[in-house]
Design a binder for this molecule. Structure first.
Ligand code: HEM
Length: 510
């Protein structure tokens, strides 16, 4: 990923990464093809009766049908073949409709689990490091979330960060203006997703470390670039780690790269955390008050060891970059293609806040159309397009079938949020679906981009605030236009959904 960001930032290639619960199951099946689901439902009652994908079919579809980089499309393809529920190639059960997702999510346990995270925990064990919210499980996970949620998950808490996010937005817009000036037409910004990547990294780091990294300056600080490269490398070497047998680790280079990348990620976090700890120590020694936001709060919390803080902050940092940056890229892409929707958004942002004022958190979160634009973007391009849950405590019934405890369920969010019955014209960008203006609103489980329940995304409010604040300022200041003859962007399914090519946009002064 390291290579990725620097590649993206400097040259403009697309790629990505993110949490590896996404790799925890396979997807593809064999029996039952050709039969309709309703016929199956009449006959089948146990897990053994479900349509099933074989490993061979999975491999065939990945390699010969080309689904390896389009796993999101594979979800829709298989839903057509097997219906709303089927057993996939890795003994997990795929769920593909909002109704079944709701039924399952409502059975979420006290300590919900996404399943095997050994891909990440192995490194932590090897280095004697702690676990963060992604990797921790059970009661320890729960206690950690109680601490992490505070100052982050409630809209009131995230609003505290609006000043710092707005500062980052101001720098981001300055950078956009510089790039425009340097372009032949005076308004073209090349590779907007690499800019959003830097924006998201700067934003989340300024919240977590209470420090500006300087990613939006002309020269990216050296340590930052190495960190970016480490994340890229960690994600790109994750797949071989997941699929190759352990004995090959000493023979092939991927394992060494994987470990080195995690070393780079953790050491970056450690340097910033240690710096903060020294500052706090200094202030305590000088009898000064210790003030600060998130990291200071975590470090002073007696329920979290320093080891937990290192691991948690590092995992938060990892989760906070590709997610918001890709969503913003897709949002601008859709707005550039749909000028009438952009006009409607402009009308909202230009009338609800005076032109010379930077908006507050309360103002942007109160804007229905701005929110609807982000919600629709996340429906069409769910960052986490596939997720999972294991019900560990007891057998569970779902969709008329009975499953033994410890069954792994694969949640096919892309197929679910493109369900035609829930979202007519599912491939069209229609933010108005989400407005509370008297129309019938879609089933809420049709699109749950931040997950569900107590294990849902801890960064949700921060992410929303970042996206609202930057989108507001961009649309108020510029008309965003697609480049002439721009090709349609296609989705590539990496750890998150990324565009298949660079997106260059015109930022025309309003
Ligand atoms: C567009 C932005 C984002 C989206 C769509 C998103 C989505 C998600 C989803 C779907 C999950 C899994 C939830 C579940 O299993 O029910 C998740 C987990 C998580 N997210 Fe986000 N996320 C975003 C931004 C962020 C940010 C900015 C942060 C950091 C501040 C963050 C930190 C996390 C963490 C730590 C978890 C693991 C929570 C746990 O297992 O307890 N996310 N996110």
């Amino acid at each position: 990923m390291a290579a990725w960001l620097s590649r993206r930032a400097l040259s403009g290639n697309s790629s990505c990464r993110l949490p590896l619960y996404l790799f925890s199951e396979g997807h593809v099946c064999s029996r039952g093809v050709g039969r309709t689901f309703s016929a199956l439902q009449d006959k089948l009652q146990t897990v053994e009766d479900l349509p099933r994908v074989s490993s061979l079919e999975m491999i065939y579809r990945f390699i010969f049908q080309g689904y390896y980089y389009c796993l999101h499309e594979l979800q829709i393809y298989e839903k057509k073949l097997y219906g709303p529920i089927y057993k996939n190639g890795r003994k997990a059960v795929s769920v593909t409709t909002p109704q079944l997702l709701e039924e399952l999510m409502r059975k979420d346990e006290k300590f919900p689990s996404r399943g095997d995270m050994s891909l990440w925990t192995e490194y932590r064990e090897l280095r004697g490091l702690g676990y963060g919210p992604f990797t921790e499980e059970g009661e320890r996970w729960y206690n950690m979330r109680v601490v992490l949620n505070k100052r982050m998950l409630h809209p009131r808490d995230s609003a505290q960060y609006s000043r710092v996010i707005n500062e980052v937005v101001t720098d981001f817009i300055k950078g956009i203006k510089q790039l425009r000036q340097a372009s032949p037409t005076g308004d073209l910004v090349p590779d907007i997703s690499s800019r959003f990547y830097l924006f998201s990294l700067e934003g989340i780091a300024s919240i977590l470390f209470e420090t500006r990294l300087g990613c939006l300056r002309n020269e990216i600080p050296a340590g930052t670039e190495e960190f970016i490269n480490s994340i890229a490398q960690m994600f790109s070497s994750s797949l071989p780690v997941a699929i190759f047998p352990k004995w090959s680790r000493n023979l092939l280079p991927y394992w060494g790269r994987y470990i080195a990348s995690w070393d780079g990620i953790f050491s970056f976090g450690k340097i910033l955390i240690d710096k903060k700890m020294e500052e706090i120590q200094q202030r305590v020694e000088n009898n000064q008050t210790v003030e600060g936001e998130y990291l200071t709060y975590l470090l002073s919390n007696t329920k979290m060891s320093t080891k937990d803080v290192y691991a948690s902050v590092t995992e938060l940092l990892l989760a906070g970059v590709d997610t918001t940056s890709n969503t913003l890229t897709w949002a601008l892409y859709q707005l550039s293609k749909n000028p009438e929707i952009q006009d409607r958004l402009y009308e909202e942002v230009s009338t609800l806040v005076p032109a010379d004022r930077i908006p507050t958190a309360a103002e942007v979160t109160g804007m229905p159309f701005l929110r609807a634009v982000i919600k629709e973007t996340l429906r069409m391009y769910p960052v986490v397009s596939i997720n999972s849950r294991i019900i560990t405590e007891q057998p569970v019934s779902l969709g008329g079938y009975r499953f033994p405890k410890k069954t792994v369920f694969t949640l096919c969010h892309y197929a679910i949020s493109h369900d035609e019955n829930t979202f007519p014209e599912p491939f069209r960008f229609k933010p108005e679906r989400w407005l509370r203006d008297g129309r019938q609103r879609p089933n809420p489980f049709g699109s749950i981009p931040f997950g569900y329940g107590v294990r849902g995304c801890v960064g949700r409010r921060i992410a929303e605030l970042e996206m609202y604040l930057v989108l507001f300022r961009l649309i108020r200041e510029f008309e965003i236009k697609a480049r002439a003859n721009m090709d349609e962007l296609k989705i590539v399914s990496r750890a998150v959904l990324v565009p298949d090519k660079q997106l260059d946009l015109h930022f025309v002064d309003r």
